[in-house]
Design a protein around this ligand. Structure first.
Ligand SMILES: Nc1ncnc2c1ncn2[C@@H]1O[C@H](COP(=O)(O)OP(=O)(O)OP(=O)(O)O)[C@@H](O)[C@H]1O
Ligand SMILES: [Mg+2]
Length: 281
């Protein structure tokens, strides 16, 4: 098959996969990512492999600069691996696509469009013939139907991030990628947002990769916690979370919550110390 035809076929399969139940299997296979060339070459992610099952909620922790965003961006298709391959449902990721929704730390909504228009844009661009209805549904799901005609600047940070989540989900992605989405929110709003995200995810059932610095947040949200080593990072720990679902914030006093939290903190402390030592060499 010619390259163009193969790419068109892959795109078609990728779009169809979004609606099948067993969608969103992420495979990161011996991926190494470096920036720059020759003497400026900087390895951001050391060779690493990870398999994430459909509909799994995975949190990615690790010291600052270890390559969490870079790895997430490789899954999103914004960054191409220098070696290895990333695939979703067995189709190579070679650029961004509507099967992957992204939520960033900064709310990144279009300030000149209303909340409704921000959410409807993705479905319209992906030729959803019911784009308006889709946008209404997702606005409802994040509890902001009343604000449909407001502009982003008229909403609080937490509300804007709920719009960001609705916008990312409105193209029915099989994978939702979140890079410290609640990092700019105050502690109280953050807890509410975590519960709200789990609530939406339980209805929607997409695979989630969620980058955070906050160990409590990772343990509260995840099915699995992945921890990256100091820069250049690779996945050094893959911890299954025994905490049952549905989750509520009062679970943070449970023994199993604290055990996993202490285990994560121990590994991160060790890795952070290593970063500090490397920087002082
Ligand atoms: N676009 C880029 N060009 C060159 N180097 C980059 C680029 N993006 C990231 N890097 C480098 O890659 C390494 C990993 O950065 P990355 O942003 O992925 O880390 P991170 O774990 O997300 O950090 P943080 O927790 O602070 O967000 C760092 O050394 C960074 O300087
Ligand atoms: Mg980052």
């Amino acid at each position: 098959m010619k390259t163009d035809e193969k790419a068109a076929q892959d795109k078609k399969v990728r779009l169809e996969n979004r609606f099948s139940a067993n969608r969103g299997h992420i495979s990161v296979n011996q991926v190494l990512i470096s920036y720059g060339e020759n003497s400026d070459r900087n390895v951001a992610v050391e060779e690493t492999s990870v398999e994430i099952k459909p509909q799994e909620f995975v949190c990615l922790l690790g010291p600052s600069g270890c390559g969490k965003s870079t790895l997430l961006n490789a899954i999103a298709g914004f960054v191409q691996p220098t070696q290895g391959r990333v695939s979703i449902d067995d189709i190579l990721v070679d650029g961004p696509g509507p099967d992957r929704g992204m939520v960033f730390q900064q709310y990144s909504l279009l300030p000149w469009k209303t909340i409704f228009e921000n959410i409807a844009l993705g479905p319209r661009l992906s030729n959803d013939i019911e784009a308006s209805k889709t946008a209404e549904n997702f606005l409802d799901m994040v509890g902001l139907a009343k604000y449909r005609n407001h502009y982003p600047a008229e909403l609080s940070g937490g509300m804007q991030q709920r719009v960001g989540i609705a916008r990312a989900l409105a193209t029915y992605p099989s994978v939702l990628l979140m890079d410290e989405p609640f990092g700019a929110l105050d502690a109280q709003t953050r807890l509410v947002m975590q519960e709200s995200l789990l609530n939406v995810w339980s209805k929607f059932g997409t695979t989630v990769v969620f980058v955070t610095h906050d160990v409590d947040e990772a343990v509260f949200l995840a099915d699995r916690v992945l921890i990256m080593s100091a820069s250049p990072g690779r996945v050094v720990a893959d911890l299954r979370n025994p905490l049952p679902r549905p989750r509520s914030q009062n679970m943070s006093t449970r023994d199993d919550f604290n055990e996993l939290k202490q285990q994560c903190l121990g590994i991160i402390r060790e890795e952070s110390m290593r970063t500090f030592e490397l920087q002082n060499e």
